[in-house]
Design a protein around this ligand. Structure first.
Ligand code: SF4
Length: 222
């Protein structure tokens, strides 16, 4: 049976709305979702290629257990039982704080964060690490200084600004704002607004910017 379902792309933080056609439990077609209030029918080529990521040949679809130098397919029940036994034995031998949760911080990881955080709390540990500690260290510090709390996340209001300065950021390709390509193209054409791009490369964003400042690596940026 073939059916269209609403979902969202998890390949970057914009989470654009997508509609996917599913046939025999496999996605067969993808289109942007016009009803999504945030992306309003926008999707980049990554979102439109989500079938490739979902169904590629090397995707892990079942647990594998290391046996010697190789891996063997095992059932979910066996995997869960063995992992639970090992976690309990580590907890008993070294205490709950010897266990940490690594995850819940990258794009798409918010799906598993609810389970991961509850699991370490249930085990009695508070240790939680993720990639955001490195990726956004500076941002957390700035949020702490500006708004008083490091976990109070503030986002730039790109859509209402008159001047947008892109420092080493190639939004035309990497997005990081709703409807990035559509918005940046419109913004660059607006004579009332100014797009400045500071980038040694003539990136896709630099190409459309009103002002491109091609700083040279190794020299004094100022
Ligand atoms: S901008 Fe592209 S990669 Fe990001 S969520 Fe939207 S479709 Fe996915």
């Amino acid at each position: 049976m073939t059916q269209w379902h609403k979902t969202s792309c998890a390949l970057c933080a914009q989470n654009c709305g997508l509609e996917v056609q599913v046939e025999n439990n496999r996605m067969v077609k993808v289109r942007p979702d016009k009803d999504n209030p945030r992306s309003v029918g926008y999707s980049c080529r990554k979102g439109l290629n989500v079938i490739y990521h979902q169904h590629h040949d090397e995707r892990l679809t079942h647990p594998l257990k290391r046996v010697g130098d190789t891996f063997e397919k095992i059932s979910w029940d066996q995997a869960i039982d063995e992992i639970a036994d090992k976690l309990k034995s580590v907890q008993n031998q070294y205490g709950p704080k010897s266990i940490a949760y690594m995850g819940g911080g990258g794009q798409g990881c918010h799906f598993e964060a609810g389970f991961g955080v509850r699991l370490i709390r249930a085990l009695g540990s508070q240790y939680h690490y993720n990639a955001l500690g490195q990726e956004l260290t500076g941002s957390y510090w700035v949020w702490g200084r500006v708004v008083g709390r490091q976990n109070l996340i503030v986002g730039a209001d790109h859509h209402n600004t008159d001047m947008l300065v892109a420092i080493g950021w190639n939004g035309m390709m990497s997005h990081q704002m709703p409807q990035a390509r559509k918005f940046l193209t419109r913004f660059a054409k607006d004579s009332e607004k100014t797009l400045v791009c500071i980038d040694p490369r003539l990136s896709e964003t630099a190409k459309i910017a009103d002002i491109h400042l091609p700083i040279r690596p190794g020299t004094d940026a100022l």
